[in-house]
Design a protein around this ligand. Structure first.
Ligand SMILES: [Fe+2]
Length: 373
């Protein structure tokens, strides 16, 4: 409705409100008035700006590691330039899906546009963008095929990951929802990935063999990707509940579902990871279709969310994104990514900045009177 209203003079605006009230009732009038308030102000309140700024920071971090994946395992082109690929790594990724390089490319492209748009929107409203450039100092891969100009200039570390694969069973549980059962421990799909540090990309050319080692690296990537994307898939609807501006709400609920599209795609691919043991470190990728795994909790071709309790167990189960608890969600994301090892090598100032961005986002209140940003 807002874009229709823009540019109309106040008399016509008043007329439109009356006309909408006649056809749409009081609710339409109220939402139109709220939208008008946003227009009159032309600025974001502190909370809205902080939530978008935190989202932009998260997208910058995502873009940084997706670019690393794309350089070695994706498609290098004008949309996502840099790197030359590693044929053996790409072949291992393609054991999970022949289209894997294309999906890496497109996911990378999406994340770059997310932070670019969010920062541009913030600046268009006179608010500060997110900027993590001072922390582009991590080594990254030095394998042949990497973008050599970026060696030593990474924000994120894909070489020492501890991957929490519990989303696999969380989305298959019909009895438990993390929002209703915060203490419930959802079992890991790949317990080994959650107890150690593993690389998801070849660190050097020495990682290209033996074959089961390289496949384990590709499998690690295959599970890391949905682990990351399920986080974004929860972050956006969680924050959206506290948006004050209808336009900020629109941004959050328009970006969020693309993270969900990523998550479901990657969860499908993870199910194709070949069962094996990495001969160099003992990391086991189990056969998820056989005992002690198997059944609805692990079966690899289940990629839709199982309906689960939502809001109250007095209500019927519902197929939903989970969790979507809004309180403390940004700090939760920082803790999750930190525990994953994604920032190993970053200095304390990096974590302070991330925590500040998260604390400000978590302080946002719907229609809160936080003042202009
Ligand atoms: Fe994103």
């Amino acid at each position: 409705m807002r874009h229709i209203m823009r540019g109309l003079n106040s008399n016509r605006r008043w007329f439109m409100k009356k006309a909408l009230a006649a056809v749409g009732g009081a609710t339409a009038t109220a939402s139109l008035l709220a939208a008008d308030d946003d227009n009159r102000n032309g600025k974001l309140n502190k909370g809205d700006a902080a939530m978008l700024r935190f989202a932009a920071a998260a997208e910058i971090l995502e873009s940084d590691f997706w670019i690393q994946y794309n350089e070695l395992g994706g498609i290098q082109d004008s949309e996502v330039p840099g790197g030359a690929g590693i044929a053996a790594y790409i072949a291992a990724l393609q054991k999970l899906d022949g289209d894997f390089p294309q999906y890496i490319h497109d996911n990378t492209d999406d994340e770059i546009t997310h932070f670019t748009f969010l920062n541009a929107y913030l600046m268009s409203k006179g608010a500060a963008p997110a900027n993590l450039d001072a922390f582009r100092t991590l080594q990254g891969s030095t394998a042949t095929g990497v973008n050599t100009a970026r060696i030593g200039r990474r924000l994120t570390n894909l070489t020492q990951l501890t991957v929490d694969t519990s989303w696999w069973t969380r989305y298959r549980s019909s009895a438990n929802n993390p929002d209703l059962d915060p203490g419930f421990v959802f079992p890991q799909a790949v317990p080994g990935l959650f107890s150690g540090q593993f690389t998801a990309i070849p660190r050097t050319d020495a990682d290209l063999g033996p074959p089961d080692h390289l496949q384990a690296i590709a499998n690690t990537a295959g599970f890391h990707m949905p682990t990351i994307e399920q986080g974004g898939n929860s972050l956006y609807p969680s924050m959206a509940q506290r948006a004050s501006s209808v336009e900020v709400l629109r941004i959050l609920i328009s970006i969020g579902p693309t993270e969900t599209m990523h998550f479901q795609t990657w969860s499908d691919k993870a199910g194709n990871a070949p069962p094996l043991t990495d001969p160099t470190n003992g990391l086991v990728f189990p056969d998820l279709n056989s005992p002690p795994f198997g059944g609805e909790t692990y079966q690899t071709n289940l990629i839709m969310p199982e309906p689960c309790p939502f809001l109250s167990r007095n209500l019927p189960v519902c197929s939903i994104i989970r969790p979507t608890e809004t309180k403390g969600v940004a700090m939760g994301v920082v803790k999750f990514l930190t525990a994953m090892g994604l920032f190993i090598g970053q200095p304390p100032a990096f974590f302070e900045l991330l925590k500040d961005l998260a604390a400000e986002a978590d302080a946002a209140k719907r229609n809160g009177d936080g003042g202009d940003d």
